[in-house]
Design a protein around this ligand. Structure first.
Ligand SMILES: *[C@@H]1O[C@H](CO)[C@@H](O)[C@H](O)[C@H]1NC(C)=O
Ligand SMILES: *[C@@H]1O[C@H](CO)[C@@H](O)[C@H](O)[C@H]1NC(C)=O
Ligand SMILES: *[C@@H]1O[C@H](CO)[C@@H](O)[C@H](O)[C@H]1NC(C)=O
Ligand SMILES: *[C@@H]1O[C@H](CO)[C@@H](O)[C@H](O)[C@H]1NC(C)=O
Ligand SMILES: *[C@@H]1O[C@H](CO)[C@@H](O)[C@H](O)[C@H]1NC(C)=O
Ligand SMILES: *[C@@H]1O[C@H](CO)[C@@H](O)[C@H](O)[C@H]1NC(C)=O
Ligand SMILES: *[C@@H]1O[C@H](CO)[C@@H](O)[C@H](O)[C@H]1NC(C)=O
Length: 429
């Protein structure tokens, strides 16, 4: 017993001494392989999200699993190398990124199941249909454009409530079991990574142990402004819809001009502080703009800031409008294919205010991709998800300044304090 223990210790020491020193070459070789796998996985994901078929899903899941298995192996292999911490800081960061697994830490079968569940939920969300309020036998109302139009338009409270509930009924029960399984799997992955659960795991990227406390603090500071804003909007909505909004309670989500109550620009017409004319996005239609023309407008805006023009493949391969011959996911997204050439947007837009906002915002993400495309593959990412979204957010706010809207013919009034307040109100969402 003692002898074998001594032998084991001896052998362990021997292995320790044999540990190779990690060099940049090892990482470079991993980077090349990883880049190729990420590229293939992105292509397969694009094919699936723009054409939701079982065949495309199977291909995408295969790529997901290949990529995950590579990352697991790479993490394991790198952990065998000796590391001199005083060396190159960039190398150290990349090494840590390789060592740190995310959901790939799950056993391959479970990882594949997780990805499959996510795709199934997306499929249900993207393809669910409901019946029309006024024509109950017309049952082909899709999220886009039908349901969004109902929420953005001047619909009655009855129709909005009906549509809101029917949409939930068409999606919620179908994803319920999948979602519960999803929660189990992401919690399991988080625990394998040493966190209590997935919520703790998601906070890790903020690298600030006090992040929860800080957010609570900012929430408290903003709260009175937020409450006043709600009171104001409630007052305006009661004028339009009467009792269905209570005088003091919360605002029913179906009355905020958007299916998810995430943005309030749909009720701007009803709630604007001043009657002054502000922006004129109908101009876009009058001038026969296509969505691609608006994307050109966004590109001009970025170029005027000395940022990059969009590469040719962007214009050839992006999807700006909902495809009619396939099922697709419509949530706006920006895509980096990790090959230094392919950068695309996927959206389902119209030539309207939202199209303008969305294209400016998401082209900001592509600008970010273009700026960091020269870095090693593991470093081609935003510092945090929050920062990733802020880049596009900040630029798209600037693209809504009255001065800029005037320059591109989307605002024709005077630039006055009242016009500014209307404008700030509308973009603040
Ligand atoms: C969608 O994917 C299927 C494969 O599942 C393919 O046969 C079809 O051509 C694709 N449709 C389009 C419009 O790309
Ligand atoms: C990990 O090491 C094994 C054994 O040397 C090798 O076969 C495999 O290709 C390596 N995998 C990665 C991703 O580096
Ligand atoms: C909205 O609908 C209401 C009632 O149906 C109508 O009185 C009002 O004029 C409409 N407003 C607009 C801007 O179409
Ligand atoms: C508002 O609510 C009161 C009391 O519940 C009711 O008497 C009244 O008829 C309602 N008004 C409208 C416009 O629905
Ligand atoms: C837009 O298209 C319509 C119909 O094709 C045409 O009559 C009109 O002149 C066009 N407007 C502009 C500004 O090009
Ligand atoms: C524009 O950007 C380039 C690098 O992308 C830089 O060399 C140049 O100085 C910039 N011009 C201005 C006016 O900032
Ligand atoms: C889109 O998805 C729905 C629901 O899954 C299905 O009934 C329909 O056939 C699909 N359409 C196309 C073009 O694949």
């Amino acid at each position: 017993m003692l002898v074998s223990s001594i032998l084991v210790i001896f052998l362990l020491n021997f292995v320790q001494c044999k540990k190779l020193l990690l060099t940049g070459d090892v990482l470079t070789s991993l980077n090349v392989q990883l880049q190729e796998l990420m590229h293939l996985q992105k292509l397969a994901t694009w094919d699936y999200e723009t054409n939701l078929t079982d065949f495309n899903l199977a291909k995408k899941l295969e790529m997901d699993v290949n990529l995950a298995s590579f990352q697991k192996q790479a993490s394991y292999n790198l952990s065998k190398y000796k590391w001199k911490s005083e060396r190159d800081g960039v190398l150290q960061r990349e090494r840590l990124f390789y060592l740190r697994l995310e959901e790939e830490i799950l056993p391959p079968k479970k990882y594949k199941r997780l990805k499959e569940i996510m795709s199934k939920m997306i499929h249900i969300y993207s393809t669910a249909k409901i019946c029309d309020y006024s024509y109950p036998t017309k049952c082909d109302l899709a999220l886009l454009p039908d349901i969004e139009n109902i929420f953005a338009g001047n619909s009655s409270e009855d129709e909005l409530r009906y549509t809101w509930i029917e949409r939930r009924k068409a999606v919620g029960p179908k994803v319920r079991d999948l979602f519960q399984e999803y929660v189990q799997l992401v919690n399991e992955a988080a625990q394998k990574n040493g966190y209590d659960d997935a919520s703790e795991y998601y906070l890790r990227e903020h690298t600030d142990p006090d992040i929860k406390k800080k957010l609570k603090h900012y929430n408290r500071r903003l709260r009175s402004l937020y409450e006043q804003l709600h009171a104001y909007v409630r007052f305006k909505l009661r004028k339009k819809y009467g009792n269905s909004t209570s005088e003091i309670g919360s605002i029913p989500a179906h009355l905020l001009g958007d299916l998810t109550a995430q943005k309030w620009s749909g009720i701007a017409q009803v709630t604007l502080p001043y009657p002054e004319p502000y922006e004129n996005f109908d101009n876009l239609k009058q001038q026969n703009y296509t969505v691609t023309d608006i994307a050109r407008l966004a590109e001009d805006f970025y170029k005027s800031l000395n940022l990059s023009k969009m590469p040719n493949s962007f214009w050839r391969k992006s999807v700006f409008q909902k495809l009619t011959d396939t099922n697709m996911t419509c949530n706006p997204s920006a895509w980096d294919f990790y090959d230094g050439q392919n950068f695309r947007l996927k959206t389902c837009l119209k030539t309207d205010r939202e199209g303008y906002e969305t294209l400016h915002h998401w082209m900001g993400h592509i600008q970010y991709f273009l700026q960091y495309q020269g870095l090693d593959i593991k470093l081609r990412n935003a510092a945090t998800d929050a920062l990733f979204d802020s880049v596009g957010g900040a630029f798209s706010l600037a693209a809504f300044s009255l001065k800029h809207l005037k320059r591109v013919g989307l605002y024709r009034g005077e630039i006055s304090t009242k016009a500014d307040i209307n404008n700030l109100y509308t973009v603040s969402e």
